[in-house]
Write a protein that binds this ligand. Structure first.
Ligand SMILES: Cc1cc2nc3c(=O)[nH]c(=O)nc-3n(C[C@H](O)[C@H](O)[C@H](O)COP(=O)(O)OP(=O)(O)OC[C@H]3O[C@@H](n4cnc5c(N)ncnc54)[C@H](O)[C@@H]3O)c2cc1C
Length: 468
């Protein structure tokens, strides 16, 4: 059946091809609807493994899937590569940079980006990690630092080049710092002549009193110990007051570094603010129990863009991939039922979140797992972490390739994606990247303390920031 035969079907427009949008469209595959999925990129990214692209373990294509290919056999779905810039809910229109699209149902799943808590000028010096471009920029800087240090005669300058600071002790920061330490201390061991990569200093800076604050204190302590065993210096209670081309200020102390990564804050997509409805301090849109916007039962918000309270536990739903997926399936079911049976929106079921637990890895054989009933750490946790992440990856090819890469790296410590691409001049710490402009366009919360920003469970919001 061609898509033109579907013009009389209700039109479901989905903004975002991340975990939420992709699963919403997929769950509507048998529904008598016409779907238009809009994303400004042509690919879905498996964000939980971005840090492995940033540290040269995986290549971008290993964790990405072309959205169009994913839906190639789903005849009721059309993919548009376009940027949404606003929603006119009164006239049921999504405004794009170059046009507009009307809808009968709208599912907003535009996700989040990083937040510098009002210090957007830090972004060129301290890139965050949200998409493939970010990960490649961090990889470029990370690998280039060793090249620059190899040619640096001055010991102080060399030390600054080999000092890597990761700001934010949530899962992303912990995973990045652990992976950087493994690369520096194992993978690069014999590859340089003038420097000892093992002397690279990797520091994790966290404003709170423990890393992984959403895990239990026991698991936080275990993660910190594992990081330290890998050679990561963990600084707790350290509030960042400034970042410039020379390094990071923590209170009165300046830590010289040419290589800083930001893993400390999350800010919902700016699209939420264009709706003219209530948003929280992180820019997330408040939704009703069925995940629609009050007064607009035809508009749903899901994933990292939504501020959802779990109808079963009355607790906030965390900003994690399983939540986005479950919300997507819930919304798809509601739409399908209404289209097929004519059920009225006022009798919709409320959304209940099933929390299957949390995982974070620190390095080879090192991870922490927390479920409802038990928590554990060590190699078994690492296997669980690896299997769960591989199973959530989109596409069999990616799953297979990633498992092979991990097995190879486990045996050899090798990192196969050690390519320096883009700008190869050895000026570190000064370039601006794609996400910088996005982040600065946001009205970042005026958080004087990153710690007071609303929690998303995943990370990173419990930042190590004291804005000046
Ligand atoms: C580095 C990192 C590590 C993470 N690790 C984990 C983990 O281990 N476990 C876990 O459960 N969660 C993890 N998360 C969180 C998880 O990835 C998110 O909760 C999840 O991706 C949210 O899904 P989403 O669909 O709401 O948004 P996203 O997956 O972010 O997708 C949003 C999509 O919308 C598109 N988009 C945005 N704005 C527009 C626009 N204006 N117009 C058109 N398209 C637009 C984007 O291109 C993107 O494709 C991690 C996140 C990051 C950044």
């Amino acid at each position: 059946m061609s898509t033109t035969d579907m013009s009389d079907r209700p039109h479901v427009v989905i903004i975002g091809g991340g975990f939420g949008g992709l699963n919403a469209a997929r769950s509507l595959r048998r529904a008598r609807v016409r779907i238009t999925l809009i994303d400004r990129r042509n690919h879905h990214v498996f964000q939980p493994l971005l840090y492995q692209v940033a540290t040269a373990s995986l290549s971008p294509a290993d964790i990405s899937t072309p959205i169009r290919h994913f839906f190639s056999k789903q005849r009721n779905a059309t993919i548009l590569m376009a940027e949404a810039i606003g929603v006119d809910m009164d006239n049921r229109l999504v405004r794009l940079t170059d046009g507009q699209v009307g809808y009968d149902y709208l599912i907003l799943a535009a996700g989040a980006t990083h937040s510098y808590f009002g210090n957007d000028h830090w972004s060129p010096m301290a890139p965050g990690i949200k998409n493939i471009e970010d990960a490649l920029e961090i990889r470029r800087r990370f690998l280039l630092a060793f090249e620059a240090a190899e040619r640096e005669a001055d010991p102080d300058a060399r030390r600054a080049k080999l000092t890597f600071l990761v700001i934010g002790g949530g899962p992303t920061g912990v995973e990045l710092a652990g992976a950087m330490a493994e690369v520096a201390h194992k993978a690069l061991l014999c590859d340089f002549r003038s420097i000892e990569p093992t002397t690279a200093r990797i520091m994790l800076i966290e404003g709170g009193d423990r890393v992984l604050p959403t895990f239990s204190p026991n698991l936080s302590a275990r993660a910190q110990k594992d990081l330290e065993r890998l050679g990561v210096e963990v600084r707790l209670g350290a509030l960042v007051t400034n970042i410039d081309a020379d390094g990071v200020c923590v209170g009165d102390e300046q830590i010289k570094s040419k290589n800083v990564v930001w893993a400390a804050g999350v800010q919902a997509s700016a699209l939420g603010r264009t709706l003219g409805v209530e948003v929280d301090r992180a820019g997330r849109v408040a939704v009703d129990a069925d995940l629609s916007i009050e007064g607009h039962p035809e508009v749903f918000v899901i994933g990292d863009l939504a501020h959802v309270t779990d109808s079963c536990s009355n607790l906030p739903v965390p900003g994690v991939a399983p939540a986005a997926i479950q919300e997507a399936k819930h919304v798809a079911k509601l739409i399908e039922r209404e289209v097929h049976t004519g059920q009225r929106p006022d009798v919709r079921a409320s959304f209940c979140y099933t929390n299957k637990g949390s995982l974070a890895t620190i390095g080879r054989d090192k991870a922490v797992v927390r479920t409802k009933r038990l928590e554990f750490a060590g190699w078994l946790a690492w296997i669980v972490w690896a299997l769960v992440h591989a199973s959530y990856l989109v596409g069999f090819r990616n799953r297979l390739i990633v498992l092979i890469q991990w097995a190879w790296a486990w045996v050899t410590y090798e990192r196969g994606a050690r390519l320096i691409t883009g700008d190869t001049s050895m000026t570190l710490n000064t370039c601006s990247i794609s996400s910088a402009s996005e982040s600065s366009s946001h009205n970042a919360p005026s958080a004087t303390h990153g710690q007071s920003a609303p929690a998303t469970d995943r990370d990173d919001v419990n930042a190590s920031v004291h804005a000046v």
